[in-house]
Each structure stands twice: as C-alpha cells, then as structure tokens.
Design a protein around this ligand. Structure first.
Ligand code: GUN
Ligand code: FE
Length: 442
C-alpha cells in the first residue's frame, strides 16, 4: 500500500458556481490536505482532520503556500500537431493543407510518433493537464504511440485515430472500410485498458464521404461507451464547403445528426456559426460544444457565444486545440476565453474559469466520478499552482486580498511556470518535492 498526504491551500468544486459569491459551489481550505492511497483520494479537506485519517509515518508533501486543485482537463487537441503550433498566416482550410496535412504524414512512422508522444505528454504535465482528449493521425501507429506513452505514465487519456477518406493527401486517407476496421481494432485493444478511453474521430464532414460517416455511425452504435469527436462550424469557408458536400442535410449539424453521431458522448470542436436550430439540436442530444479560444483567435475563425449555449441548455467545455491553439496551458486558454467572452459582453468569473478547467470539463466527459474534483474515491490527479511564479505575478499578488483575485491573476498571468507540481494517480510527475518534505511526527 502506498500512502501520502499532500498539504496546501485546497480548492475543489462541488458544482458550477452561479456567481462570485456562490461559495456553496466550491470547497476552499486555507490549510488543506489530500490523503492519497494507491492512486486514489481517500479524503480531502481541512489538514488537521485529514491528518487524523492518515496512518502513522505517512510521507507528507507540503506545498504551502501553493494551491492544490484537481488536475486540469483539456477536451480537444491534436497530438500530431505538437510541432505545427505557430504556423503562420492562414485560415482553417489553407492552414490544414499547407501545414497540418504535411506534418501529420510523419506519423506513419512509429518511431516519430513515439518521439512526439513523449514530448506531447511532457508538455501536458508541465502545464498541469492530467487528462486530455486528443486526435491522433490517420495511422493506427500514432494511436499505439499515444496510448502506450499515456499508459507508461498512468494518465487517464482519451484519443483516437482520425478517419479521413477524401479532400486530404493520399498518404493521409483511409477508406470507409479501413477506417472502420482500424478503429474497431484500436477500440478492442485500448478502450477501457487501464485509464484509456477511445474516441471515434471522423475529422470533419469535409474529409469524410457519406459512406465513411455512416461507418462512423455504425461504430458509435456498436460502442456506445466510446467518445465521438469531430469539428463543427469553425470557419465560413469550411461551412460552405461542408454543406455543399452534403446537399440533403438541413445544415452542418444535420450532417452529423443524420449519421447517428450526435450523442451525449460527442465532442464538437468550435461551434462558432451555428443557427438556433443547430444549438437546439445539440441541447436535445446532449452533445458538447468545445470552446477553443486560442485556436479561434489564431486562425481568425470567430468568437464562441457561450451565453447562447447556456440559454439553449446546451453543454459546452473548453480546450486548447493545439496546434491551431497556441498554448498547451489551460491557464493561458482561460485567459483568452475571458477576453473572447468579454468582447461579446459576456463574463467569465475566475471561479467559473477554474470550475471549467476541472469539474466542468470532467462533466463534459461524463468522468466526474473519477476526475475533476478531489472527493473521496476520485483518482489522485492533482495540480499544485504557484500564484507568485513570475516576478510580475509576485508583484501583483502583493495587492491581492481575495481568493477570486488570486485565481484571476493565475488565469490571466499564469502559464507552465505557475505549475509547481503535478500528481498523476498520486505519483509526483515534475520531480519537485514539496517545499518542506517531511514525515509527520509520530
Ligand atoms: N477542422 C478539421 N481539422 C481540424 C484541425 O486539425 N484543427 C482545427 N482547428 N480545425 C480542424
Ligand atoms: Fe481541432
């Protein structure tokens, strides 16, 4: 049995905060602790109480005065685009053709995929992200590399092979049958193995024929506990092209709905230019619109209208969308999310931002029993945040008096330097022990 006590200023959410005063939505302990046993949270709360639950001589990682939160969750990014971040000057379709479809061809080579998978996971961990939902390339080798590397680190990760059978280079296309067969084999091997979850991943309507989307729908029906992910309504040229390829569909959303892809396990990247009808279809099916602020700004795509989603009762989550997204950091992502919403007269409170990066995104994945909060029985995926990591943050923190202010400083000024430590299933991943590692006196 392995046990440890992680001490610091504890913050974990119980529900979505309705406002800055909705203190019932979170739990904050100035002197808090999490007791971890065999990779799971035994209990979290006030340090003195948690300390009494711990066995004698339990090792302590003392992270005071840093904040301890559940590990951050990223609900949409592209593992083969790790080296395509910061590709200059193009909007979506040109960017895909010029940069992404060149880069993704390298992932046919397992050694390359293994090499990038290590850096990709290093980067997630460095930024405090303990669970992510990624697209791999069309090559099954890339999925093998991705899940093997995640398994070696014990991370709870979601991913899948991109399915594409048109409008992409020959070296990046499968066929409806091959896409089905390869996906099926990967699901049978990886889905539910350790902490792996499979996501059936038709890239988007432009790169799949109706036959391929139909096969994707068959996979969804055969594997209802797998995730499904695609892109929807990100860019006006994309929408015109996609709807021209599916003239029978009522609109872009109807292309996916018509192939049985819209369920509450579906993650739809972007969702910028939806009609009211489309948003209501998402609300009815429980499909999740994924807000990718840095990506939407970087590609000049547009602004995600969160309030419209909430008015319609539709679900939404947040994500980096690396490599159109420009940072692996969920803190930097929420900084941009705040600005995108602000431009539209919408508010994102710091409590809501931190809820979204943790429990909110866990709920979007239906994984809230396991991740996104520090309740008893949860996976011990934990991030330790230092609000004074940069000189400018330290200087700004001198005038901060509330937790809300501190969170907003972290979200606005923070990045990987603010991530002091990360625990994956209770194991410290950054190799930085607490400031005063000690044994609890007997
Ligand atoms: N639409 C289809 N593929 C992609 C992709 O890789 N990135 C983004 N941002 N949009 C897409
Ligand atoms: Fe994407």
């Amino acid at each position: 049995m392995s046990e440890c006590l992680i001490r610091g200023r504890l913050l974990t959410f119980l529900d979505e905060p309705k406002g800055i005063d909705d203190t019932a939505a979170w739990r904050y302990e100035e002197d808090g602790a999490v007791l971890v046993r065999d990779g799971k949270v035994v209990e979290s709360g006030d340090h003195a109480a948690i300390r009494r639950l711990a066995g004698p001589g339990v090792p302590v990682a003392d992270h005071r005065p840093h904040l301890i939160l559940p590990g951050l969750i990223d609900t949409h990014l592209h593992f083969p685009q790790t080296q395509a971040i910061a590709s200059y000057g193009a909007q979506l379709l040109e960017w895909l053709n010029t940069y992404v479809f060149v880069e993704e061809q390298k992932f046919r080579n397992r050694a390359h995929a293994d090499f990038v998978a290590e850096r990709f996971l290093d980067e997630l961990i460095a930024n405090g992200t303990t669970t992510a939902v990624a697209y791999c390339s069309v090559h099954p080798e890339s999925v093998e590399a991705y899940f093997s590397a995640a398994e070696a680190r014990g991370m709870r990760m979601v991913g899948g092979k991109v399915m594409m059978d048109r409008n992409a280079p020959d070296a990046l296309t499968d066929t409806p049958q091959r896409g089905y067969d390869e996906t099926k084999r990967l699901i049978e091997k990886w889905h539910g193995r350790g902490r792996a979850h499979y996501a059936i991943s038709p890239r988007f309507a432009i790169t799949s024929t109706p036959e391929q989307l139909e096969m994707a729908g068959v996979l969804v029906a055969e594997h209802p506990d797998c995730y499904v992910q695609t892109h929807l309504s990100e860019n006006r040229d994309e929408i015109a092209f996609a709807t021209s390829l599916y003239p029978q569909a009522k609109d872009y959303t109807d292309i996916y709905a018509g192939h049985g892809l819209l369920t509450d396990r579906m993650l739809l990247g972007h969702c910028i230019y939806l009609s009211d009808r489309e948003v209501s279809v998402l609300a009815e099916t429980g499909a999740v619109g994924v807000f990718c602020p840095t990506s939407n700004l970087f590609l000049g795509s547009g602004l995600f209208d969160r309030d419209r989603f909430e008015r319609a009762g539709a679900r939404w989550s947040v994500a980096t969308d690396v490599g159109a997204g420009t940072s692996f950091s969920m803190l930097e992502t929420m900084d941009e999310a705040y600005k995108v919403l602000h431009l539209q007269g919408q508010r994102l409170t710091p409590f809501n931002a931190f809820y979204r990066m943790t429990l909110g995104n866990a709920r979007a994945l239906g994984l809230e029993r396991h991740i996104g909060s520090l309740h008893a029985g949860a996976d011990a995926d934990i991030v330790v945040l230092d609000s004074r990591a940069k000189p400018a943050m330290d200087f700004r923190m001198r005038t901060a008096t509330t937790l809300a202010e501190e969170l907003f400083i972290l979200q606005t000024m923070g990045d990987d330097r603010s991530v002091a430590e990360v625990y994956v299933a209770g194991r410290a991943m950054k190799g930085k022990p607490g400031k005063t590692p000690a044994r609890v006196p007997e």
